[in-house]
Design a protein around this ligand. Structure first.
Ligand code: SF4
Ligand code: SF4
Length: 82
């Protein structure tokens, strides 16, 4: 999963781009739900939130490192693709 750093300026550019609705406004800044973030694997070649973010504050989450295969399985499970 990816993670939003605390330098986030709450511009809301990333949230509508997520194919998994993994991004929401938390108590102070936008947050990514690591259970829903597939790093866009299965949908796009590049992380759409990273492309959308004007200040480049979305980075890999060191607490949720997943392989490409793990991410694809997560995508299939979430979207009901067998
Ligand atoms: Fe959503 Fe993709 Fe960003 Fe993860 S990397 S939060 S799936 S847009
Ligand atoms: Fe924060 Fe970047 Fe998302 Fe804007 S696009 S809300 S700065 S993470």
């Amino acid at each position: 999963a990816l993670k939003i750093l605390d330098t986030c300026i709450n511009c809301d550019m990333c949230d509508p781009e997520c194919p998994n609705e993994a991004i929401t406004l938390g108590e102070e800044i936008y947050e990514i739900d690591p259970n829903k973030c597939t790093e866009c694997v299965g949908h796009y070649e590049k992380a759409q939130c990273v492309i959308a973010c004007p200040i480049d504050c979305i980075k890999p989450d060191p607490d949720h490192v997943e392989s490409e295969e793990d991410l694809l399985v997560k995508c299939y499970e979430m979207h009901g693709i067998p």
